[in-house]
Design a protein around this ligand. Sequence first.
Ligand code: HSE
Length: 436
Amino acid sequence: MRPVKVGLLGIGTVGGGTVRVLKRNAQEISRRAGRGIEVVHAAARDLGKQRIADMQGIVLTSDPFEVVNNPELDIVIELIGGDTVARELVTQAIANGKHVVTANKALIAKHGNEIFAQAQSKGVMVAFEAAVAGGIPIIKAIREGLAGNRIEWLAGIINGTTNFILTEMRDKGRDFADVLKEAQKLGYAEADPTFDVEGIDAAHKLTILAAIAFGIPLQFTKVYTEGISKLTGEDVSYAEQLGYRIKMLGIARRVAQGIELRVHPTLVPYRRLIANVDGVMNAVLVKGDAAGPTLYYGPGAGAEPTASAVVADLVDVVRMLTADPDNRVPHLAFQPDALSDLPILAMDDVETSYYLRLRAHDRPGVLANVTRILSDLNISIEAIIQKGTMDGIATVILLTHRVFEKNMNQAIKRIQELPTITGDMMRIRMEQLSAN
Ligand code: HSE
């Protein structure tokens, strides 16, 4: 059979890696897919740029629309990123009857519902394994491997940059800003570092994971997102002393009232495997009712790890080219007409435990006032430590049991109004992530 012809949009790190992997493993890949897979047409902004792959045999253009309108191509790989031009290109490729493979998390998280509906009506596939956690086949694991489970919750380290920053802060006692600069120099960070640091990148990925886990539409705007820029080395170290590590987690949990969707720094008991995922590595912990907790670990970015996911999608698409379009694996794991409208919970209604750090004048009764406010709001304390006093100001760390976010917000407001409390209180949510 003739090889499947593929067009490539974007020949940067991941695009170059994809061409390299397709060429190097051509034989293995065609033995798996049943046909050869060849990139024959590729678009890049700067045609003169040095490439990490041998581009021989590939027609290059600076006009990506030339690729999506090329009638010879069966599949288009979109690696441009963002949700403006990339969205137009993907829409055009689908309209032209082409299958699409993309690594574009923002595009899928924000516009996936419309893109999948369009793809469904045209009978083509849109595959996006590379959009979440790079080399980890997490989409396939949840969508297919765990298809027999009712997924209860998942929690993931799905942004390598923030995990690298938190690891460096913990291991070397370095400051946030200083480590961020290094991460940018090393090329880990997104073009706009706020996407990493403020949790937007992780929220894109969490949106996709939650849709596939629970059979709900993609709802990026409903993710609660809090970044790591306010974390201090001091909090990282206090958490450690209390037996916890701070991880930037994306959490999606099914509760009686609906679905929790949240990205924020989180204290995790240091004994959990996920608390020991360091540097730029990613990991996703999924709790299914039948399988129990399963953990997926690996590189979340980089040329060949991400190419590994892109090529796996290509192989899937090639295998499915001849399959009945109505009987393919659904884009969001559940049949499109069987998606559920479970509500996404407002953050106020989410229940977690908390780490609180406050600074108070070291006088009699100060702590009693704080604990009274907590008890008035039905907040139970799990642990409390007072650190040394400096210039008459004591640092107090409190761990609480589970409490509704709205009660904690009220408590923080009232505590901060006490005349004996100075500066802003620090609040970090905690998750036990236990298998029960
Ligand atoms: N900036 C992302 C990260 C790249 O740090 O994980 C992969 O999406």
